[in-house]
Structures are given as C-alpha cells and as structure tokens.
Design a protein around this ligand. Structure first.
Ligand SMILES: Nc1ncnc2c1ncn2[C@@H]1O[C@H](COP(=O)(O)OP(=O)(O)OP(=O)(O)O)[C@@H](O)[C@H]1O
Length: 362
C-alpha cells in the first residue's frame, strides 16, 4: 500500500463529531498526497461555513496523518462543500428516504402566518407578501392551510387550478412567480371533505395530511415558504408547530384591542411549540377601527411591529379579482407598506448561514 493510501486509511479513524461517522464516509476528504520526503498534504471539505467542529476535525486529521509511519509532516487545508455536495450528502445520510424538505436542516425560511380571529386580512397579506418577495427575485412557495376557507388561490387568480402530478410528485401551480398550493386542492368532496367541512378535518388526519402535503408537493429549492394558517390556536397551528419547529410566526391583527388580545394568544402558542415570533403586522389601520392593536401585540409578544397596512379599497378589489396590488397598484399606500415588509424579509440571509447541518446520528 502506498503511503498516500495508508494516510487515507488512517483518516477513517477521524469521526465527524456531529454526524458521528468517519469523515471518509462523508465525502469530506477531498485529496490526499504524500511527497517523497514523507510530507503529507490533505484537503478536507466541511459541511458548512463556520462548522463548530472544524477545529476538532482539523486537529484529529493532523494527528491521524502524523500517526502513519513514514509521514514526516502534515499540511491540512480546509474548505467547504458546495450546496450540491451538501445536498447529496444529506440525501445519502437519509438513505434515500423521502423526508419533509422544510425541517430544521433546510435553507428555506419558513413563515407561518397566523391571526387571533378570522377576517383580519391574513390571507390577503400573506398572498401579497409572497408575490412581493417573488418580485424581488426570491424563490417563494405558499401553502394555504387555512381549512376554514381556502382563499389564497382566489386572491392569486388561480382558483380553479389543480397541481400537476408527475409520478409520485405533485407540482404546484405558479401564480405571479409564487408556487402555490392549497389544501383545498387536495380535498375529496366524495369523502365529505370540503372547504366548509373544517370540523371533519380535526386532529390526527389533519396532521397527517399536512405532513404528506409538505412532503409530496415538489417546491424545489425555496428561499421562502409561507403558510397561511387558520385563525386561532387550533389543530393546524399545533401540527405545523410540530412538523416545522423552525418556522417563524407572523401574527396579523387589526387595530382593535379585542382582536389584539386573541392575536397575542395565537402568537403565544408559537412559543410553546418552539417557534419564534418574527413579527407582527397590523392590518386595516385607520381611525375607524380604533388603534394600537399592532403595538400592543408587538409589546406583549416581544416581537417587532413590521408595519401597519391601511384600509384600502384597491387591496380588497385586487383580492376579489385575483390581482395582488403589490404588482397591479404598487403606489397604493397598502401596497407600499406590504412591499416594505417584504423588503425587510428579503434582506434576511438564508436560513442555514452559520448553522449546524441538522443530520441526526443513526
Ligand atoms: N387593508 C385592507 N383594506 C380593505 N380590505 C381588506 C384589507 N385587508 C383585507 N381586506 C379584505 O377583508 C376581507 C378578509 O380578508 P382575508 O380573507 O384576507 O382575511 P383572513 O384573515 O384571511 O380571513 P380568514 O382567516 O377568515 O380566511 C377580504 O375581503 C379582503 O379583501
């Protein structure tokens, strides 16, 4: 066996402390060379930038290399895997099992949009934010999980659209650059399922449906996934909290005090499932409905008030007509506020920056 082969064999004793497998099985050894004088050069690829285990891996590699008889010195260089290499590794570690793509090791920022009660404009804001984010060049997916009324497809002008099935894969319709699916598109009226049968959707069946839905719908690589949840603190919010603990919550409220109180409750549920409240949006602001609801929810949840969207006739009409005003009437004051909120969201880095690869040890 050549000295280089012996060095490679020795590297099998170096275990990645997080993934808990030999680095030689994780495609982390890029190259190994040993010159005539016994000087070894080893190139290592880490899974992510700023990998907390980097120093340990590097020193373990050095020790393993120096332990090979005949090696006189070791030069270890460290780089980072490309996203493709990382993805290939992740898939291989999962053993080819289809997994829910938006879990904690995903690069996608996931936002669950919730409200205390219905009719506060949650779906309208979610749809417009999604379109505004897509218009900024982000890859955006939108899941309508509001079992009390699937309004997203209508607001985005794809009310009659059905997803395309390619084998086991379900390809979502695209509206204004947003990949949009609604649980409403998967209901089977023959089984009594329908937008008006929310009661039949409670509990474990709903949980399984959402899980299957997130797994089977092929969104591809997304920068942002938005979920329009039903108002309140019901089963869907709990399921999403369990399935996507990494999701951040956006709370929509109106300016009235009563609406603000229930909005706080739905935001507080997020904390119980380990989610973080990213921010609060006040909608339909204007003297008519009182004021201060957004600020109150923001203060009580300890999350920023991202903006106050004024009452706007074009916003309502745009929703009815399937024409989101962030595109069709960008100068409207409500469109301006929603555009500004989308700009804040778009300026955040991708989800995984500096985080560990969340691969569970076997
Ligand atoms: N800022 C606004 N100005 C005027 N009308 C608005 C505004 N925001 C929303 N609306 C209108 O209010 C109605 C309710 O909005 P929407 O369906 O988005 O609420 P929701 O909170 O998602 O309700 P639910 O959860 O019950 O589906 C719609 O007719 C919508 O066009």
């Amino acid at each position: 066996m050549s000295l280089a082969d012996q060095v490679t064999a020795a590297l099998a004793s170096v275990i990645d402390p997080e993934i808990r497998k030999p680095i030689t099985e994780l495609d982390m050894v890029d190259s190994v060379a040993v010159d005539d004088a016994g000087q070894a050069s080893v190139a290592i690829k880490l899974t992510i930038v700023g990998c907390p285990a980097a120093d340990r891996i590097e020193s373990d590699v050095r020790a393993a290399v120096m332990g090979v008889p005949g090696v006189t010195g070791a030069e270890v260089s460290v780089s980072v895997m490309t996203p493709e290499q990382r993805q290939a590794l992740t898939e291989r570690l999962r053993g080819g099992k289809r997994a829910m793509p938006f879990g904690p090791d995903s690069l996608t920022r996931v936002y669950a949009v919730t409200s205390g009660k219905g009719g506060v404009g949650k779906s309208t804001l979610t749809a417009n934010l999604a379109v505004a984010l897509a218009a900024r060049g982000l890859r955006v997916g939108l899941v309508d999980a509001d079992v009390h009324g699937f309004s997203i497809p209508g607001i985005l002008g794809v009310a009659g659209a059905r997803p395309t099935r390619v084998g086991e894969m379900i390809l979502p319709p695209v509206a204004f650059g947003v990949k949009v699916v609604s649980i409403g598109m998967f209901l089977d009226p023959a089984r009594g399922q329908g937008p008006s049968s929310a009661v039949a959707w409670r509990g474990p069946m709903l949980h399984r449906t959402i899980q299957q839905f997130l797994t089977d719908v092929y969104f591809g690589d997304l920068d942002v996934l938005l979920l329009d949840l039903p108002p309140g603190t019901g089963d869907v919010a709990i399921s999403v909290g369990q399935l996507l603990p990494n999701a951040e919550v956006l709370v929509v409220t109106t300016p009235q005090t009563a609406a603000a109180e229930v909005a706080v409750r739905s935001g507080a549920l997020a904390a119980q499932t380990g989610q973080r409240v990213y921010g609060v949006i006040e909608n339909m602001s204007g003297e008519l409905f009182g004021s201060g609801g957004g600020a109150q929810v923001s203060a009580e949840l300890g999350a920023p008030l991202l903006g106050s969207v004024p009452l706007s006739v074009p916003l309502r009409v745009g929703g009815d007509e399937g024409s989101p005003i962030v595109l069709s009437a960008p100068d409207d004051p409500a469109a301006q506020v929603m555009g500004a909120i989308a700009a804040q969201m778009a300026s955040r880095p991708r989800n995984l920056a500096g985080r560990r690869l969340g691969v569970a040890p076997r």
